[in-house]
Design a protein around this ligand. Structure first.
Ligand code: ATP
Length: 354
């Protein structure tokens, strides 16, 4: 098991900076997600941590030791790639035992270790099968078996479920998380899927354009996005962001949108100029007594809930409402926001106010 600490890590490819001065800590035994859109630098970050890419600047500490310039083989981590290449000419047992054979472990010890790993993954009955005819899930399990058989300090996984179809993906995600909970090894997992990150991760780093936008536990990231980017990237539908002029005063408990006073959490610092109000769709409710009015422009039925889109004075807004709430295109109603859960963003920097 391992604690991994990243300090001011940077990677340039020629003139292009793929990762800019990233810092975060992965605690021992955590299931840690590197999340962000395609090209944001998450794979490059993981590859530097694994020793497959040299950092341009910054440090990587594994259990307190700086390993940035050490080769991958000296870092005692196991990498599970998206395209889990198994050795096609070997059976399942051969594939799982390969890392131990190359370490020169005695045969009896290898048999014992492979049996243990097969038990953990529930693949005892396919150990002597060729890998060619295996299902996607079993191939994934064999690839995992090959990674965990060495008892590495940490597992690094780069979109390991990316090649699976949606239903199977969810099943394997649950299995992976359960496996982690049994083994307790530090796991760093790259994904662009915010739902996967929220469901599986103990902590999440959200990256965009090579920059760490936010780092924390899933609920804090969901409830208190540090930037407009995170507000938009996390959640489906994402947080509504309504721009308005007039700023907010220090200690204020409300802001004014289109002449209507809206309650917000007490502000520690004031800010002049153009801001925006962030509100999650589940924190909007119709309320005839509210002066902030909206007109229904679309209704999307989702079973127990519905997503109702409104045109409002400060911009479009989506609300997640119970399906038994009447809503039809063209309806006009007042809208109330849950004051405890609102975030204010600076429109210039895109950062949340404190
Ligand atoms: P994806 O999910 O698409 O892999 P990512 O967030 O993992 O995205 P990276 O693979 O880390 O992103 O790539 C970050 C940026 O760095 C991309 O713009 C990519 O084109 C660039 N990049 C990555 N590797 C190299 C390289 N060897 N040479 C030049 N540019 C690279």
């Amino acid at each position: 098991m391992a604690q991994i600490r990243i300090e001011n890590l940077r990677k340039d490819f020629g003139d292009f900076t793929a990762v800019q001065s990233s810092s975060f800590t992965i605690e021992d035994g955590e299931f840690f997600m590197l999340l962000g859109p395609s090209g944001c630098g998450k794979t490059t970050t993981l590859r530097m941590m694994a020793g497959l890419e040299l950092p341009t600047a910054g440090e990587i500490y594994i259990d307190g030791e700086e390993v940035g310039m050490r080769r991958a083989a000296e870092r005692d981590i196991a990498f599970v790639f998206q395209m889990f290449a198994l050795y096609p000419h070997m059976n399942v047992r051969g594939n799982i035992s390969y890392p131990l054979k190359s370490q020169g472990l005695p045969r009896a010890q290898i048999r014992e270790k492979v049996a243990e790993v097969a038990g953990i993954l529930g693949i005892e009955d396919i150990l002597d099968r060729p890998v060619g005819g295996l299902s996607g899930g079993d191939r994934q399990r064999v690839a995992l078996g090959r990674a965990i058989v060495r008892d590495p300090k940490a597992f690094f996984m780069d979109e390991p479920l990316g090649a699976l179809d949606a239903e199977f993906r969810e099943h394997m995600a649950e299995e992976l998380r359960a496996l982690h909970d049994r083994m307790g090894a530090t796991t760093v997992y790259v994904t662009h899927d915010q739902l996967e990150a929220m469901q599986m991760g103990d902590k999440i780093v959200v990256m965009n354009h090579g920059v760490v936008e936010q780092f924390g536990v899933p609920q804090d990231i969901y409830d208190w996005p540090a930037t407009k980017f995170v507000a938009d990237f996390i959640g489906s539908p994402p947080m509504n962001v309504l721009p308005f002029d007039g700023g907010v005063a220090e200690g204020a408990r409300s802001v004014t949108l289109d002449g209507v006073e809206i309650g917000v959490p007490t502000q520690r610092a004031g800010r002049a100029g153009r801001l925006s109000l962030g509100v999650r769709p589940e924190h909007v409710a119709p309320d005839p007594t509210s002066d902030y009015r909206g007109e229904v422009t679309a209704v999307e039925y989702l079973g127990t809930t519905q997503i109702v889109s409104f045109a409002t004075p400060c911009g479009p807004l989506k609300a997640r409402l119970s399906s038994d709430q009447p809503a039809a295109i063209g309806d006009r109603t007042g809208l109330r926001f849950d004051a405890r859960t609102l975030t204010l963003f600076d429109e210039v920097t895109g950062r949340a106010l404190l």
